[in-house]
Design a protein around this ligand. Structure first.
Ligand SMILES: [Mg+2]
Length: 313
């Protein structure tokens, strides 16, 4: 089992604008807990976009671990700096959605984070690549790209789930589902109206598991295409996705692949790990280099069963 290099400092990369805010006290608790346990902790607070990527590149070679204190967008920036290096990432759920942290079952509790740093295992994981930029969780083409673009236009700082309401509502009524041509390895697999997702993890916003069967370390990305022309069919797709039965539907494509290209008649917005991505056309692939993620140690029998001395979870 690979573990982090405990002789090197732990860098905490903090995005002060992530999520709801108000997690400063928890962060102070994490730093104090790690320092009391004998770790050398260095905190870095980002001030602008791309700061996290630049800082992550600077610590390569002399960091034991990069703790990301932010949401999926901040994780994305740090992944862009650390892919292919020897510095593992611990993604803390300090943002709004925290898809990756939830997928990896990482807690915000200082004692749990210390336990993870001490006993967690480092795993080599896939990174997706879209038009030359890395992503870690999921990208969306069309509908949710439009929602994220609308939110970004009005966002001023911290956001909550409620912040998505109006962008989602307006997009729902105003969105023109684009005609998409999707090809993989030279084979055309879709040429119709709809919305598409390419994911490295199963989780998506509001508890939906769009890329239901995605595994972050299998060397493949999961493509999901919903054939959709109007709001009614989008609602039906959402209902089947909620039931996690959408891959079984005839008007849904669910595939695992290494490379895919999405073109549209007119450019449409995309979202990458919850932030605004490039407009179509997009080329998506599995990056040749992987990222090291620190994962919590699997629960032991002792941890599960209170009568064997463990905690009740
Ligand atoms: Mg995968």
């Amino acid at each position: 089992m690979i573990q982090i290099d405990k002789n090197r400092p732990i860098h905490i990369i903090i995005n002060p604008h992530s999520g709801y805010g108000g997690q400063g006290l928890v962060l102070a608790g994490v730093s104090a807990t790690l320092r009391e346990a004998g770790f050398d902790v260095i905190e870095y607070t980002t001030r602008a976009a791309e700061d996290a990527t630049r800082y992550a590149r600077e610590i390569v070679g002399h960091a034991g671990l990069a703790i990301v204190w932010g949401g999926d967008g901040t994780v994305n920036e740090v992944v862009n700096g650390l892919t292919g290096t020897d510095v593992p990432i611990l993604a803390c759920p300090a943002g709004t959605e925290n898809l990756l942290a939830k997928e990896l079952r990482i807690s915000l509790n200082p004692a749990e984070i210390l336990k993870c740093v001490r006993h967690g295992r480092v795993s080599e994981c896939d990174v997706g690549r879209v038009n030359g930029r890395n992503f870690m969780s999921i990208i969306g083409v069309g509908f949710d790209g439009e929602v994220v673009r609308r939110l970004a236009n009005v966002r001023t700082g911290h956001i909550s789930h409620l912040s998505y309401f109006w962008p989602l509502w307006r997009t729902f009524w105003e969105h023109d589902f684009p005609q998409m041509r999707i090809t993989t390895d030279g084979e055309e697999i879709f040429d119709d109206f709809g919305l598409a997702f390419v994911g490295n993890i199963s989780r998506y916003s509001v508890g939906l598991r769009i890329c239901r069967d995605a595994l972050y370390d299998d060397g493949l990305l999961d493509l999901v295409v919903f054939h959709c022309h109007e709001q009614g069919s989008l609602m039906l797709h959402a209902a089947w996705t909620l039931l996690r039965m959408h891959p079984l539907k005839g008007n849904v494509i669910y595939r695992r692949l290494r490379k895919v290209r999405v073109e549209t008649a007119k450019p449409v917005p995309t979202q990458i790990d919850g932030d605004v991505g490039p407009n179509t056309p997009i080329e998506v692939s599995v990056a040749p280099q992987r990222i090291k993620l620190l994962l919590p140690a699997p629960p032991t029998m002792k941890g599960i069963w209170p009568w064997k001395g463990g905690d009740v979870v």
